[in-house]
Design a binder for this molecule. Sequence first.
Ligand code: ADP
Length: 482
Amino acid sequence: MLLKNPALLRSHAYLNGAWVAAEDGSTLTVTNPATGAIIATVPRCSAVQTRAAIDGAVLAQRAWRKRTAAERSKILQVWYQLMLDNQEDLAQLMTAEQGKPLAEARGEIAYAAAFIQWFAEEGKRTYGDVIPSPFPNSRIVVIKEPVGVCAAITPWNFPAAMITRKAAPALAAGCAMVVKPAEQTPLSALALAVLAEQAGIPAGIFSVITGEPQVIGGELTASDKVRKLSFTGSTAVGRLLMQQCAPTLKKLSLELGGNAPFIVFDDADLDAAVAGAVASKYRNAGQTCVCTNRFLVQASVYDAFAEKLAQAVAKLKVGHGTETDVTQGPLIDEAALCKVEALVADAVQCGAKIVGGGRRHELGGTFYTPTVLTNVLPSMRVAKEEIFGPVAPLFKFETEEEAIQMANDTEYGLAAYLYSRDIGRVWRVSEALEYGMVGINSGAISTEVAPFGGQKSSGLGREGSKYGIEEYLEVKYLHMGL
Ligand code: ADP
């Protein structure tokens, strides 16, 4: 990996404005999932170092909150610009540690940077209220204040965007943030810290601490100085962290797992539905929480949709993310590959039919062939578990009611998709879906201007949009006697 700006590749953590090794010198290894090659090591920071990062954030935040929103905005705008200026290097780093195709990595850097620009603006608009008082001798005023020191624990599937989506609103609102990135992808996080430092974000306002999840997570959740935790990851870990945050009653944003349905009605434009299906299923090799998990297809168009989808999927190119034209990289690790294999084996054993892929890719490693399965039933594991891989299971339904019932028959409620040209049906089904986000005749829904988040076991809170900054603000009511 050749970077134009080699300073972006760091093997130290960034705590309170200093680049540090672990207290005992120990490290974690970062590998390239496409080749297995070791890229770098990062510090295995201790609990004591985590506490020091929190203490530094407390001090720094006292000054940061006093700055005007316009001052904070200016600094964030510089950070945004630096990300764009370094887009190619940041993308190279991301593909090296995460595996996604370079085109997707470049797209993620632009998307990640967009959150910083958006919240640099929104930070200037954290308006309060004046409420007509029911008493003649008093006035009622509502102001918004930063929550304080926040912690973020982020996943490996979007190594940059899941950080800026949390840090940008936090910093814009006047909070400080300590980030623990996923152990698979700390290099993108550290590169963001390099640029944050260069942008002039004060020491302690944005720290990146690497190491064992339980050690660092334990400190971040137990500390009464951390007033909020924002987590993106699995529902199981989200539940655990929520419990760990209970004694200190932290505010929580939890963006957890999904089991997205993608409903194709018989009046849909099938070609558009296939294009949306490919976009929503195979991006990042199926490793996103809004990737379609279940295709629900109306019986009369089932065979036609299956055939068109299989044809489109056969054109996807699997390979190393750095190669041109590659549309699908490797899975993140062996465990992910084994899970996908087990889910496909279970489906086939119970009667599903493979109409494309269905096996490891000849490149070896953790590469898996994009797969389409037909004759899939709700009793199979693929219907209930998050696949997080490039496998599209096709379920059949007869009526609109049945589609809604099947779509909602899950503990999750993050993203859902539906394809139909009947405006009445679009409204009925959109309102009946128990999901935080609905893609209508669209397979790509993520943007910094819209509220991203889920219902049910998919989590709490929203990220992005005007709603995203509220998660980092406290409401304070002033009752003023005259
Ligand atoms: P995934 O299955 O996508 O890796 P996880 O929920 O395991 O999802 O991981 C998401 C993030 O949560 C990562 O940064 C990981 O290090 C962190 N994490 C996992 N387990 C814990 C834990 N017990 N305490 C704190 N953080 C954790």
